[in-house]
Design a protein around this ligand. Structure first.
Ligand code: NAD
Length: 467
């Protein structure tokens, strides 16, 4: 556990050792928080909650701005740690930390102007809403963009007057602990407490009374477990979970450009992004030149380690390869990649699979690796229909020159985020609720301030005159 004043505590309940995804050498070992330490972390956040809630929003914003500046001052150090721990390419790791700094700054500005409504009842009464902090927020975050994702939840919670117990992923405990030290060093004692540990620590944290909200970004299975725990404790939950994002490609677009888009979507951060392209439906009219160009894109990445990050660890590599092997066993063909490389570390090649069908695991489940499984379809409408028939509802992309087809995609794809002609397109502040197995509630944007608060309606009128 780290607080503004304490170093990571020793623990008797085990430790986490991280091996480099690049070459398998040890990166470091950290002790996991014991149950008592987790309880103490919650108690410390609970103790700080009252004063922090009473601190003016302007003051909270100003302190959060100072925390963002402290993070900016350690950007290179944190990015380097993240690269060593999770394998993220250096430029993308630095981009992630800078995105985190930007998000903290945004919330520092938005928090103080987060406002309620006045309501019109009787002319002699006054009615208005007050957005109050929920209290103590447990933030449980993943490893794939650890600083940017955590900064969003932490910033929105803190600026609205909550205190936070943060449990970073066990796959990036050093990055998570250092982030906690940097931010907590600027915040009042107990406003942000970081606990180190794996799923067990998360289970303990989400079983405790005295936590008012669980903010989880991570896998669907974990999100469901946390939602079940919340039924018992009464905590409010938001879950930003996994996706199986489809890319549907029309026959009127340039196949080389479509391949570039598919490659960016499927191979960036080795496919370890929640909104990675997980499956591709391409119109038969351009399928062959598209597949050829996509294979070339994959080959270029496989020829240069500076272009393709390794997977975070061998556990994930096993899952990715299982998905690919199952597809190959059921009739798919690997045009590029598809084999586990020799040597240390957890690299996996950019892989293009053709002749995929929707029964294959690689098309049905989130693979979270650098894999582009492709199914050829006879029409854009068929692609949309197949894209829509999925248990996840995070995001989807379409590439088309037709406004009618783009509108059809908007109407028919039941996802939180739809991107037309840019797989990672989106304006700042864009936030949506994920659907079905991809989660619930807003995890980003100005709407996250609403999630972090609860609304009270106040009605005031004159006492009766003496009779
Ligand atoms: P994860 O759910 O395994 O881990 C996230 C956090 O939850 C970690 O701190 C972990 O220790 C904790 N946890 C694990 N089991 C728990 C339990 N039973 N109870 C309480 N806490 C528990 O997710 P991950 O593997 O670290 O991250 C990858 C996943 O995150 C992918 O599915 C990806 O799509 C998703 N993700 C989603 C978004 C989004 O915005 N939708 C963003 C990033 C990542």
């Amino acid at each position: 556990m780290t607080t503004a004043s304490a170093a990571p505590a020793a623990s008797t309940t085990g430790e986490i050792t991280i091996l480099s995804p690049h070459d398998g050498t040890p990166v470091g070992t950290l002790a996991c928080a014991s149950e008592d330490e987790i309880r103490a972390a919650v108690a410390s956040a609970r103790t700080a909650a009252r004063d922090w809630a009473l601190t003016s929003p302007e003051e909270r914003g100003s302190i959060l701005r100072a925390a963002a500046d402290a993070l900016a001052g350690h950007a290179a150090e944190l990015a380097e740690l993240n690269t060593r721990e999770t394998g993220k390419l250096p430029a993308e790791a630095l981009g992630g930390v800078r995105a985190g700094v930007g998000t903290l700054h945004q919330y520092a500005e938005l928090g103080p102007v987060h406002r309620g409504h006045s309501l019109r009842g009787s002319a002699l009464a006054a009615d208005w809403t007050v957005a109050e902090p929920r209290g103590v927020v447990a933030a449980l975050t993943p490893w794939n963009d650890p600083v940017a994702v955590a900064a969003g939840l932490l910033g929105a919670a803190i600026v609205t007057g909550n205190t936070v117990v943060h449990k970073p992923s066990e796959r990036c405990p050093h990055t998570g602990a250092r982030l906690g030290e940097i931010l907590a060093g600027v915040l009042p004692e107990g406003v942000l407490v970081t606990v180190t540990g794996g799923p067990e620590a998360g289970r303990v944290l989400t079983s405790l009374a005295g936590i008012d909200m669980f903010a989880h970004v991570g896998s669907t299975a974990t999100g469901k477990a946390i939602a079940r725990a919340a039924v018992e404790t009464g905590a409010h939950v938001i879950r930003e979970n996994g996706g199986n994002d489809a890319l549907v490609i029309d026959d009127d677009v340039d196949p080389a450009w479509a391949a570039e888009q598919a490659a960016i979507g499927a191979f960036t951060n080795a496919g370890q992004i929640c909104t990675s392209v997980e499956r591709v439906y391409v119109h038969r009219g351009i399928a062959e030149p598209f597949l050829e160009a996509l294979t070339a894109q994959a080959r270029t990445r496989n020829g240069d380690p500076a272009l393709l990050a390794p997977l975070v660890d061998r556990r994930l590599r096993e899952t990715v390869h299982e998905h690919v092997s199952e597809a190959l066993a059921h009739g798919a063909t690997a045009l590029e990649g598809g084999q586990v490389p020799d040597g240390p570390g957890s690299a996996y090649p950019a892989t293009v699979l053709r002749d995929c069908t929707d029964g294959m695991v690689v098309m049905r489940e989130e693979t979270f690796g650098p894999v582009a499984p492709v199914r050829v379809v006879d029409s854009f409408e068929e692609g949309l229909r197949l894209a829509a028939g999925d248990r996840y509802g995070l995001a989807a992309s379409v590439l088309t020159g037709s406004i009618a087809h783009a509108q059809q995609a908007v109407a028919e794809l039941g996802v939180g985020t739809l991107k037309v002609n840019n797989v990672f397109g989106g304006a700042p502040g864009g936030a949506a609720q994920p659907r079905r197995d991809s989660g619930a509630g807003f995890g980003y944007g100005p709407e996250l301030l609403d999630e972090m608060t609860q609304v009270k309606v106040v009605h005031v009128e004159m006492p009766a005159a003496p009779r």
